[in-house]
Each structure stands twice: as structure tokens, then as C-alpha cells.
Write a protein that binds this ligand. Structure first.
Ligand SMILES: [Zn+2]
Length: 87
């Protein structure tokens, strides 16, 4: 086994573990705290007033990027299968 193969395998296993961990996180904890309001759902306005966060609509939650991709894949899968079924 040459040095390139051993280096590739040494990098492949941690990348696989990180990817599996992120997928696990996206499935079981799909939301994360909003970056703008830090999960509070409220932001302070210019003159000291409190208003709802416009980014998360006051929920304080944001969908993770991986979860958005999972939802998109599921939506595409359902759309493709529903159009094939109608033919
Ligand atoms: Zn927010």
C-alpha cells in the first residue's frame, strides 16, 4: 500500500464519520437557533423597542442546511413518483 492510498483512507474514515454524525443531527435535531436573534425570537430595534425577528418570524428556530436538503430530496422524490403514476 503506497502513501497516497493510506493517506486517502486515513482521511476517508473521519469524513465518513462526520457526515454520518451530521445526518444523524439533521434527522433528530432539525432546528438550530436563529443566528440573528440567537434563538430568542426578538430583536432590539433602533430606538430600544423590541420587535419580532424577521428572519425566523419570531420562532427563534432555523432549519439546518442538511435538513433543508433532505426535505428537498423528499419533495423531489414524491413529485417525480406522483408524475410517473399519472401516466
Ligand atoms: Zn430569529
Amino acid at each position: 500500500m503506497d502513501i497516497l492510498t493510506s493517506l486517502a483512507s486515513a482521511l476517508f474514515v473521519p469524513a465518513l464519520l462526520v457526515t454520518a454524525g451530521y445526518l444523524f443531527t439533521c434527522v433528530f435535531w432539525p432546528f438550530k437557533a436563529c443566528r440573528v436573534c440567537r434563538g430568542h425570537g426578538q430583536v432590539y430595534g433602533l430606538f430600544g423597542g423590541i420587535r419580532l425577528c424577521a428572519v425566523c418570524d419570531g420562532t427563534g428556530l432555523r432549519l439546518r442546511l442538511g435538513r433543508r436538503l433532505i426535505n428537498l430530496a423528499g419533495r423531489l422524490y414524491r413529485e417525480i413518483n406522483s408524475t410517473n403514476r399519472n401516466r
